[in-house]
Design a protein around this ligand. Structure first.
Ligand code: SAM
Length: 347
């Protein structure tokens, strides 16, 4: 490769990354406008799509072309578009839909706080609180529609891990599963659908569990599931034997994360098991798990929490009275499972 070709390749590599926010906005708008729901699994003429979606045809064509350039659509003939397999996940009727996830992460609520990333990096303060004047979950509790979107987005994000955990974890010692910070109940629904002998509780804040009764009913498991609203720093249902806490720890700074573990330690039975499901960061940064590093930065911006390494998890669990039994790396999709038990009951 000549040095000028190499130079151009290097420049383009950086320029494409800088354009990442344009990709995100293009995806967010496509998700918001329901464009994938119009295309479905056909090759559609842009003029028809514009009429059906009440959109401006020349601008829609430019959006769809740009999405073709990043692998979301294809343009097999000029002016006719289809979805790729990646793009098909923007359909709301797909079992693997990430439409709500795309809408949520491109929502002004999060885009505006990300614009203040520099504030966080300069001061260490939370961008979200700086921009919106309240912490993430308190603010969300006042925004019914956005809260429902957030819960749906989290449910979509959880679906694959939920299926894998439900099918792959050995539940033989469990009778009652409590999903702490369980949101819309997607994970518990997957577990109860696979394990007919189990009962369960979805525990979350009032706004967090708002959609859970419907999700559990649609899954046909509502007769074995309870939905409990509360604050996991204060009150944790004491009658479970397997407690799962998925994609929750990263929301909290070390002090709050320790407080949450102490709350668990004080309230779950001594014979219970705690499963922490989430990302475990490698000790040094690598491009293998980019999502975990973006999540970490997202926590710097939006919740004040952080992702953690295995040794950080182990130290925190040890300090709060738990014994780690195993760390199953990447056993639930890109997520890991840390299995811990109250220290006195270590087995
Ligand atoms: C990132 S979401 C994860 C939801 C779900 N576990 C999942 O994996 O999709 C974190 C959850 O923690 C809940 N949460 C935050 N603060 C809480 C509190 N004090 N008590 C109970 N739940 C809380 C939120 O409402 C939200 O549903």
């Amino acid at each position: 490769m000549s040095s000028s070709t190499q130079k151009l390749a290097l420049r383009n590599a950086l320029i494409e990354k800088i354009g990442g926010y344009m990709t995100a906005h293009s995806l967010g708008v496509a998700a918001e406008l329901g464009i994938a729901d119009l295309i479905k699994d056909e090759v559609r003429d842009v003029a028809e799509l514009a009429t059906e979606g009440k959109l401006h045809e020349p601008s829609l064509r430019r959006l769809l072309r740009t999405l073709a350039a990043v692998g979301i659509t294809t343009e097999p003939e000029p002016g006719r578009f289809a979805l790729t397999e990646v793009g098909a996940q923007l359909r709301s009727d797909s079992p693997d839909s990430l439409r709500a996830f795309s809408r949520m992460f491109c929502h002004p609520l999060l885009v505006n706080s990300w614009q203040a990333l520099g504030h966080s990096v300069t001061t260490g303060e939370l961008a979200f609180d700086h921009v919106h004047g309240a912490d993430f979950y308190s603010y969300l509790a006042t925004q019914e529609e956005t809260s429902a979107l957030f819960n749906e987005a989290m449910g979509e994000e959880s679906r694959i891990a939920a299926g894998q955990l439900a099918a792959g974890y050995d539940f033989s010692d469990a009778k009652k599963v409590v999903d702490l910070g369980g949101g819309d109940g997607t994970l518990l629904a997957a577990i109860l659908t696979t394990r007919h002998e189990l009962r369960g509780i979805v525990f979350d804040s009032a706004s967090g569990v708002a959609e859970a009764p419907d999700v559990l009913k649609r899954a046909g498991v509502d007769d074995r599931a309870e939905v409990v609203a509360g604050d996991f720093f204060q009150d944790i249902p004491a009658d479970g034997d397997l407690y799962i806490i998925k994609s929750v720890f990263q929301d909290w700074n070390d002090e709050d994360a320790r407080a949450l573990l102490r709350s668990c330690r004080a309230q779950i039975p001594a014979s219970a098991t705690l499963l922490i499901v989430g990302s475990v960061l490698p000790e040094t940064a690598s491009p293998e798990q980019p999502i975990a590093f973006f999540t970490d930065l997202n926590m710097l911006v939006n919740s004040g929490g952080r992702e953690r390494t295995e040794s950080e998890f182990r130290a925190m669990l040890d300090e709060t009275g738990f014994t780690v039994e195993s760390v199953g790396l990447r056993t639930a999709g890109p997520l890991s499972i840390i299995k811990a038990v109250p220290a006195a009951a270590a087995r």
